[in-house]
Design a protein around this ligand. Sequence first.
Ligand code: UDP
Length: 367
Amino acid sequence: MGAIISLDSPLKLLFVSTSVGPLGSGLGGGVELTLHNIAQELMSRGHSLQILAPTGSSLRTLPIIEIAGELQTTAQTQLRTDPIVMPGAAVLANMWDYARRVVPDYDLLVNFAYDWLPFYLTPFFPRPIAHLVSMGSLTDAMDQIIEQVARQFPRTIGVHSQAQAATFSFASHCRCLGNGFDLSLYQFCGEPQPWLGWVGRIAPEKGLEDAIAAAQETGMPLKILGAMQDAAYWQQLCQSYPHAPVEYLGFLPTTELQQVLRQCRALLVTPRWVEAFGNVAIEALACGVPVIAYRRGGPAEIVKDGKTGWLVEPDSVPGLVAAIAKIDQIDRATCRQQSEAEFSQAAMGDRMEEWFADILGITLRPA
Ligand code: UDP
């Protein structure tokens, strides 16, 4: 972990949230917790910060300015060649209109939305915009506009993992920032229950069916937690696996999420796509829960195979079943230790300050 750093004087930051759902709804996926953690850490370091987010947003104690308008369609439901679609009264447009009016009050804007508009608007703003890109390459239109910004404004494109960056033709222009968590919120559990866990948005790209199939085959109950993003997909899973030992517990706030998660023997992470990072893998490790994940995307960079979980051939249910059979070989204390060594909120705060300083062309001094 690098030395603690701090900027000479506090920054005035404007965070612009995802436009696919209100903060706290779970529809924004990992972006919601990521934004929360970064905001909390930077505010604790004395930076001043406002968050623009869709109406209905709430993020514990953080300062949110709610903006009305229609939500954006998620990029992962688009086909590669689809054009950009904007609803008439788009919350995305309204958030950036608000940002345009208040921009002189800020040093730096941070965009958390995987949407075309903020990238397109970047050259028109009188202050730099840092873009924290939350997913890998999905559509040609998004690739094109992100690449344009990456070339015109080097250093402004942040990603979460090398695997995510590698999905883009401009990988070498991306800054890999990982992620960080308030680990005090996650309690270690050394003696789990005989259950497995699966945590994520209920949506096809997350591959829940493989976790259900593995639960059915091993007979080990599976607790499912997460926002219901695609109800038709869920109905289809219920019809395909009517007797699988699964229980859907809904979308829970972090404190309640960890109470269930910590008791699991393992977390199954079964994405079909190149998961940019996989917040839930770290949350599991922080509770001492080993992670069984497909060897692709962010989770393959997180899990230490044979030490803090098992990496499995992608899309292989027999692979998951074999990994479940040897889960007792993983020491749960080692899982917690890995989260502390690599994924603390303070370490992420350092990386974010370094990134912002780099974009703004200012230097850092030792704390
Ligand atoms: N999550 C939550 N409550 C739940 C289930 C999930 O708060 O009941 C959060 C979890 O903490 C994580 C996010 O949902 O931050 C899922 O993010 P991840 O990076 O794993 O996947 P994404 O949805 O971004 O693809």
